[in-house]
Design a protein around this ligand. Sequence first.
Ligand code: HEM
Length: 527
Amino acid sequence: MNVNSTSDREWVVSYLDSTVNQDELSSQTPVYTLIYSVLRIRFTLLFLILGAIAVLHSRKKATAFHYRHLDGRKLKILDKDTRYLRFTHGKELSQEGEEKSGPDPFLVKNKSKIELVLFSPNQVRDFFEKDARYHEKKQDANMGQYFLRSLGQCVGVQNGERWHKTRRHLEAHFSAGEAASMIFEFQKALTDWATKLPSDSAATAVSPNSFLADSVAACRQLPFRMISMSLYGDMLTDEVFDRLWHLNKIHERVTAHTFFGTWENMRFYRYLPTAANRALHAYEEGWKEFNLDVIGEARKSGTPCRAERMFQAVERGEMTTDMFLQSLDEILFTNIDVTSAQFAYALINIGRTPNSQRRLYEEVKAIEDDEMKIADFVRREDTFLHKTYLEILRNNPPVWFSLPETTAVDKRIDGFLIPAGTTVIIDTQRLNKTSPIWGEDGYSFRPERWDNITSREARYSMLGYGMGPRKCLGKNVANVIIKQFLVAVMQHFELNTGDGATHIKRDRFTCMPEQVVEFRQRKSVQE
Ligand code: HEM
């Protein structure tokens, strides 16, 4: 049949219509409509999902302009895995970065991830300015599964609303006022430590009035005791402290697996019967039991205890038990090396700089052994004591490279276009020592430099307690205990470190020094 004319086409249409059963037609229409609608919804969903993936992907994926300077040069990359090296060989890594990239920021590999290293005040300012409150911490600190299991719920790696809520519950107990209220209790612990140190197993006598001791070993339990006091108050009897110290021993093993483990970081590892898993399990059980025991006892006896007050947020359903336990872990166990290193460096630096030691001693002598005067002295910020404390913080950052934090928006850092979602780490030693504000002698310990520099001016030139809105939770307590420690040391000892270089231990995630110091007992104490 040849269909040419309009009338022919009309005929064909009507013919075809007539071949279709009208009942069938009416029963088929909803099915087609249904299929059509379902397909349409699916397509819409598919488009939405693809759109979301594209948006997310574009946040991560670098464009041709990303990682490039305004003048077109590209960021350099250190072509080696720095996952462990940043802890064991921080100094060497920092030097390699400087040799490869000069004054420009550079990229490093962390297993399969790429991170951006910053180290100058301009870079750090560009990183924190404007979007700092939207920066995110990596929940596994880019260290994998074992970290996620042991610390993935602690306040330090939470983001957004979860972080705000948890932080609020903890922060109230570590304010400047709370820290000041701990001073008298801390004083007792310090006097006890200084009195017993000459006969401690860490001390080797060299004369009736002097002894040698490794700077870390000399105060190995002291910061741990003081931070435990801040959490448990009068509940911290000798027996309770011994329980904590035992848990700390297990936790040291957990920390070693967390930062230096390899297979531990894999997903399947948790199911294997290994020493690392047993240590984590034993620690978690013990830590939970310990806290519930102490909190229960504090309630029964009506003893004030900060951990008990923090736990009330768990009972109100505002914080999970894991968040509570892991945040307390972060405060006490994980942080202990950080504070211990500051104590050790306080001894080393004071013992190496006779002029600073003399000036500090003169100040301490003037306040006599009066508790009220000591409390007032420690709180002041116009003293040589305060400058010494700031200089210890500047000269000895606790970790060589900070833990990862991501940018929230595309931004220029030192002229380079850095895409949103880029993970950044800061070379704290390089920043704290080579920022132009420190002048030629940034590597020297010189508290006097703070005669002419304010903390505000030094804002982007040192990473002491961190920058941006999520600074260290314990900064007020750390401020008080480090200054009180310096006072107690000056009251009891004269220090001598000698001239040799201080090495950093390679088996810690912190910059932990290896250095023997000579302690000479002061006359007033010997009598
Ligand atoms: C001199 C000793 C200390 C130094 C140098 C120090 C330094 C730091 C730094 C650099 C951060 C990271 C901040 C950031 O992410 O930008 C931090 C976080 C933190 N620190 Fe400290 N810290 C010290 C002592 C303490 C103490 C004694 C405590 C507990 C009372 C503590 C508890 C914490 C907590 C919980 C966080 C996580 C805060 C958050 O993300 O909300 N720190 N600290």
